[in-house]
Structure formats: structure tokens, C-alpha cells
Design a protein around this ligand. Structure first.
Ligand SMILES: [Zn+2]
Length: 380
């Protein structure tokens, strides 16, 4: 049943996909303009001001449904992680397009769903992870020193949602030590150091398993589990503690997908499938051991790998051996933050690594004097 729903969502996605995003970097003003242009009927989507960022940018919530089960979804608390924000626009448009559909009606009668997209608009304006105060909002769940974290905390207290979706983009990662890029990573966060289970976390695990089983229809071997270490300052861990069964969804990467359209579509299908499964209670039939068996993320990938170049060690004072065949790895990501400047991060035999972009460097000779690890490296 749920598999059919997921397949249908995957097949019909283009009919409700919001086409106005031209790339994955956009300020909040543009996001709200795109939402306004959708002309979502107020009888379907209830929009309200949730608050303002430090610099006075509007943060809005969007609610659908009138059911007794409350669900809260939030995205982009890290300003440069916009994939799920675009997915939320698609999902709101889905409710407009498919409103009369029987299954949608059933869903809207049993759930009240609240979306809080782009929680960090100041960071989004700068394409940076942190807020205008330079604080990582996801380490501010307890101290609440940012207005943005206060908005999320207040909404959680007001709505007391049974389910939460914590939506992020992750660093370039692979599924365990394979060369398969992680497309989606999932986590039912822990609420204490001992990683214990209670009813709240168990429910989150059922949700994680539902999401994972849905993804397995489309991207087998591309699903990972996110690091499950306890972080007492993070929202996911505290939501779990505050009584909201929370699923962390991390958008990963795909080849030839710089704007993450493919990953955004997977978000939409996974989230909507979970919402339908909560409606029918089918999520309780998902296989937790499948979720538990997902390999963890590892880092066997680089943004760019140039294969089989020849390095010319012109400055080495040795006889012979002045030329070394090698692969070269380049990264745009430092401390989970996407940089514009490419850095040289590895040299040598990199056949166990995969490049998000792979370049054949055969016949290319590079002087070793220009190769400094950790420093900018122009490869284009
Ligand atoms: Zn994040």
C-alpha cells in the first residue's frame, strides 16, 4: 500500500514540482515571493508570521490539515542548506494540486502539519551555515541565544507535535567505505548519552524505517545512517526529550546534480510517504531492523578528483624519480561549510575514493611547486 503511494508520488512529482527555483542559493525574500506566486488558497494553507530573524527577515509558518495528530517540519536552520526548503515548497503545492484527492482528504482530516521553512534567513542571505550572530543554531536548543532558535522552541511548546522532521543538508559522504555517494542519511536522534530507547524515540525509529524503506525503492545502497552521538545542545536530541518523535533527514549528493534537484525530489517523496503512513498508522509496520542495518556515513568522496596526472617535482634535488603519477583531490567543503575557493586536499593513489566530479588527467603534467595541501588550487 505504502509502496504504491511512494511510487505514485515519484512518478507524478513533476506535476506539482515548483519550477521557479533557478538554483539552490536563494534569499528568503525570493523564497517568499515564489510561495506567494503559488497562490495557495487560504482554505488549504494557513500562513502566519512565526517571527523574525536577528536582522528582521520574516520567518513564516505554513499549516495544512485539521487533524488531532500534530506534525512539525523545519528546514534550513543552517543557512546554506536549502534542499528541504525547496521540497517544502513542492509539498505545499502538492496539497494545493491534490486537495480533492481522497487520500489527501484523509490525510488532512487526521493530521495538522506545520512547516517552518528557512529558519535561518540571515545565514541564507550570506550562503553560510551560521546565523548573523555567528552561532550554529543547532547548538542553541538549550541556551536559546538566537531569535531563530527561540522561534522553533516556542512553536514546539505551543503545538506539542507528536512528530518532527529536522531537515538538513550534509557534507559530501559515502555509504560506509563504499564509493556510493550517500543520497539521503537518516537518524532517529538519541536523547541521552546511553542511547536508550523510549516510546518517543521508538516512534521516531518507525518513522526512520518508513523513510528508509521508501527510499530503498528508488536509491538502494544510497541510504546511510547519520552519526548518532548524543549532542545535548542540538534540536533533534532535545525535541526527542521534549516529547516530539523526531526524524533527522540529511540531504546528500548525486552525480551531475549541482542544484540537488534529484535529492529534493527524494525529500518530497520520503516526507509525503511518511505523512501518509502516519495517517494510516502504517508506519508502525515498518521494519526497524532495516533502519538499524543502514551503514553509517563515511567520507570516501571528494568534490573533484583528477585522475592520473603526472606530478613534476622540479624542485626536488634528486636524480631520477622526478615525475610521479598521481590522483589529485579537491574540496569545496570545510567544516561542513561550502566554500567558493577550491582547496587541494589529497594527492596519491585515490582509487578507493569517488569524486562528485571525476576528471581524466591523463597526459597532464603538473608542477609540484603549485601543489600545497590545504591551500587553494585552481583546477579549471
Ligand atoms: Zn545542517
Amino acid at each position: 500500500m505504502l509502496q504504491n503511494t511512494a511510487r505514485q508520488l515519484f512518478q507524478t512529482y513533476d506535476s506539482f514540482r515548483v519550477t521557479e527555483f533557478s538554483n539552490r542559493k536563494f534569499p528568503s525574500e525570493q523564497f517568499h515571493h515564489i510561495i506567494d506566486e503559488l497562490n495557495l488558497p487560504t482554505s488549504i494553507v494557513r500562513t502566519r508570521k512565526a517571527g523574525e530573524s536577528l536582522e528582521g527577515r520574516m520567518i513564516k509558518s505554513f499549516s495544512v490539515g485539521n487533524g488531532t495528530t500534530s506534525v512539525l517540519l523545519w528546514s534550513q536552520m543552517h543557512g546554506d542548506e536549502s534542499t528541504a526548503t525547496m521540497a517544502i515548497a513542492d509539498i505545499l503545492n502538492f496539497f494545493k494540486q491534490m486537495f480533492d484527492n481522497k487520500e489527501t482528504q484523509q490525510l488532512l482530516a487526521s493530521l495538522s502539519i506545520h512547516f517552518l521553512p528557512m529558519l535561518n534567513p540571515d545565514g541564507a542571505a550570506r550562503c553560510q551555515r551560521r546565523t548573523a550572530q555567528g552561532i550554529d543554531m543547532n547548538r542553541d536548543a538549550l541556551a536559546l541565544r538566537t531569535p531563530e532558535a527561540n522561534i522553533l522552541r516556542q512553536l514546539q511548546q505551543e503545538l506539542k507535535p507528536e512528530f518532527g522532521f529536522n531537515l538538513h543538508d550534509q557534507e559530501l559522504s559515502t555509504v560506509a567505505s563504499s564509493k556510493d555517494l550517500t543520497a539521503i542519511a537518516l537518524l532517529a536522534p538519541v536523547f541521552n548519552e546511553a542511547k536508550e530507547d523510549n516510546d518517543i524515540r521508538l516512534r521516531a525509529k518507525y518513522l526512520a524505517a518508513t523513510f528508509a524503506e521508501t527510499m530503498n525503492l528508488f536509491i538502494p545502497n544510497r541510504i546511510a545512517r547519520y552519526d548518532d552521538a548524543f549532542e545535548p545542545r542540538a534540536f533533534g536530541d532535545n525535541m526527542q526529550k521534549w516529547g516530539t518523535s523526531t526524524l533527522l533527514v540529511e540531504s546528500g549528493h548525486d552525480f551531475d546534480d549541482p542544484n540537488k534537484w534529484n535529492i529534493r525530489k527524494l525529500n518530497v517523496v520520503g516526507i509525503l510517504s511518511c505523512l501518509f503512513a502516519i495517517t494510516t498508522d502504517e508506519y508502525r509496520q515498518s521494519n526497524i531492523s532495516f533502519y538499524n542495518s543502514l551503514p553509517f556515513n563515511e567520507k570516501k568522496a571528494y568534490d573533484v578528483i583528477i585522475r592520473n596526472v603526472i606530478i613534476n617535482h622540479e624542485t626536488l634535488q634528486v636524480a631520477g624519480g622526478k615525475e610521479t603519477p598521481a590522483d589529485i583531490a579537491i574540496s569545496y567543503q570545510v567544516d561542513t561549510h561550502s566554500e567558493e575557493t577550491p582547496l587541494l586536499v589529497d594527492i596519491g593513489d585515490l582509487h578507493t575514493y569517488v569524486g562528485l566530479k571525476e576528471i581524466d588527467g591523463k597526459g597532464k603534467i603538473i608542477s609540484s611547486s603549485g601543489l600545497r595541501l590545504g591551500k587553494p588550487f585552481a583546477w579549471k
